[in-house]
Every structure is written in C-alpha cells, then in structure tokens.
Write a protein of this length. Structure first.
Length: 217
C-alpha cells in the first residue's frame, strides 16, 4: 500500500486541483465555507496546499532526524486536539484566507505549477533513493517518512475535498481506492488511539451500541 499511495498521489492532487478550480468555487469565493470561519477561497487554497507541501518538502534534502509515526504525528499536532476557536485552528484559517486574497486565478496558476513539480519530487521516493527516509515538517518541528508525509497530505486532501464540495453544493469527488482506503485506515487508527478500540468498532459495526462519537479529530 505504501508505494501505491505514493504512485496515486498525483491523481489525488489532480482531482483536488480540478475541484478548487470549479466555476462554483470561483463564484462563491468569498462566502463562508463548511469550515466555519474560513472562506470558500481560503478552504480552496488550504486544499490545494497539500499538493504544494508534498512537492516542496520532498524536494528538500532528507533530514537527519529519525521520523516519528503518523499516529504519533497526530498525538503531537496541536490542531488535532484543539477546539475550532482555539489559536491553533484560528491561525490555520486566517493563513488560508490571507492566501485567498490573491483570487482564484492565482490559485489556478499555483495548482498547475505544483502538479508539474510532483513527478520530480516523488520519483526518488518510488525508486527507493531517498536516504535517509526522513522528511522534516517545518511547521511542526518533527519528521515523517516520505510515505507518511504523503499519507497525511492525502488525508487532508480527501477530507477537505469533501468540505469544499459541501461548501458549494457539489458532489464529493471520488478518489483512487488506494488513497481512500489508506485514509480510512489512518482515521480509524487515530480514532481508536483517542477513544479506544471498542468505541470505533461499535461506530463502524454496531452503531446502535455506540452511544457517542468516535471521530478522529
């Protein structure tokens, strides 16, 4: 699944790029999105930024710090344990809305550049030539493997594609199965880590006994 996820990431990024450039997104650019406190344009920039981050971080030299696991990444990330109006999440929304001030044309141009940069960034990973396999996440201060970087950005792309589609009344895009199943496995693992195995098992198989949410975030 690891190599397949990296292989299909350009398809994930392309589908997300098509969504952020949809005419309905452009028309409702300044409206509030389904993510309260963030505009449609800000959400579109945040979504497109997942491709940009993969291309940028994998184009940097490998880091010399040992990577942590994807699960540990979400244990440490402040936004994952913060309320919507806490500083960690407000900062994310404000930064995205500031980027959106450039308008949809600027986003379309950036999305094209990012898609063009992906193959050169991903090819060394697929060829097993990235050594050591450690990618610094500068806004967090720790490292992930290349696969886990792609996994976390794929999760963001799928979740925020659903957010953006819901914001403007479009169907949620369908992504490659390899990407969707990897994201579902990641979200289940994060949810189980937060709420316990039984809680997630019940939500997925016995909702009549669940009694409460077992959301990953």
């Amino acid at each position: 699944m690891g190599d397949r996820l990296v292989e299909v990431f350009p398809d994930v990024a392309r589908i997300a790029a098509e969504l952020v450039q949809h005419p309905e997104v452009t028309r409702r650019w300044s409206d509030e999105s389904a993510c309260a406190g963030m505009t449609v344009g800000g959400l579109a920039f945040h979504l497109a930024g997942q491709c940009r981050n993969v291309a940028r971080l994998l184009s940097a030299a490998p880091h010399d710090e040992d990577p942590i696991s994807a699960l540990e990444h979400y244990r440490r990330a402040a936004w994952a344990h913060s309320a919507p109006d806490d500083e960690a999440n407000v900062t994310i929304r404000e930064a995205a809305d500031a980027e959106a001030a450039g308008g949809p044309e600027a986003l379309a141009a950036q999305a094209r550049r990012d898609l063009e940069a992906l193959p050169a960034a991903l090819d060394p990973v697929l060829a097993g030539e990235r050594t050591p396999d450690s990618v610094l996440i500068p806004w967090q201060g720790w490292s992930l493997t290349a696969h886990d970087l792609v996994l976390t950005r794929t999760m963001e792309a799928l979740v925020h594609s659903d957010d953006l589609a819901a914001s403007v009344g479009l169907p949620t895009p369908l992504f490659p199965d390899d990407a969707a199943y990897a994201v579902l496995a990641l979200l289940s693992a994060v949810a189980a880590d937060r709420h316990g195995q039984a809680a997630v098992l019940r939500v997925l198989s016995r909702p009549q006994r669940a009694g409460r949410s077992a959301a990953a975030f």
